[in-house]
Design a protein around this ligand. Structure first.
Ligand code: IMP
Ligand code: MG
Length: 183
């Protein structure tokens, strides 16, 4: 796998520092609510980030999972968001949702999910993304919590994949364009 990586963009150590910072900000921001905090882990890419983040959050929380897709196996978004796994509960008005996402790229996934959970009656919906690629934005969307901004490169590792591969790398690295057929 390492042969396919051009460079390491974010080291394991840097990811931990990012999670420390985001978790204390989240603890700070959710002190005044009597609702339940629900982390929504977006499968599969946010698996590692959600785990690393949630163990640092000190206030009580619950976890739910959603599986969505906007990508085929190539590196470009299709523009259509499909929900493959949804949250099955009926107490949305008592819930503050925090959607945990690996990366904001076109912005379509998060803007769609925020709208969707609000429409189902959530008390509040915020978003937290490990990575943000603002240059790629197709819809106007800004996450409430962002780990770090990265340039317009296709990255893998720490949950992020290319054709389901590389998710188990412990760091975030830039994939060699030759692997996905780019220049
Ligand atoms: P958006 O809806 O275009 O913002 O897409 C977000 C989703 O696209 C993320 O959850 C990822 O699954 C995928 N994605 C976007 N950029 C990358 C990347 O550089 N590497 C791996 N997956 C990516
Ligand atoms: Mg994803």
């Amino acid at each position: 796998m390492l042969h396919d990586i051009d460079s390491i963009l974010i080291t394991e150590e840097e990811i931990k520092d990012i999670c420390d910072r985001l978790a204390s900000k989240i603890d700070e921001d959710y002190t005044d609510t009597d609702k339940k905090l629900i982390l929504v882990c977006i499968l599969k890419g946010s698996l590692m980030f959600c785990a690393e983040l949630m163990k640092r959050i000190k206030r009580p929380l619950e976890v739910e999972f959603m599986k969505v897709s906007s990508y085929g196996s190539r590196t470009d978004s299709s523009g259509v968001i499909n929900i493959h796994l949804d949250i099955k509960r009926d107490d949305f008005e008592d819930l503050d949702f925090l959607i945990i996402e690996d990366i904001v790229d076109s912005g379509r996934t998060l803007s769609h999910l925020v709208k969707y959970l609000k429409e189902r009656g959530a008390n509040s919906v915020r978003t937290c993304a490990l990575l943000d690629k603002p240059e790629r934005r197709a819809v106007d969307y800004k996450a409430d919590y962002v780990g770090t901004v990265i340039p317009d490169k296709f990255v893998v590792g720490f949950g992020l994949d290319y054709s389901e591969k590389y998710r188990n790398l412990p760091f975030v690295g830039v994939l060699k364009p030759s692997v996905w057929g780019g220049e």
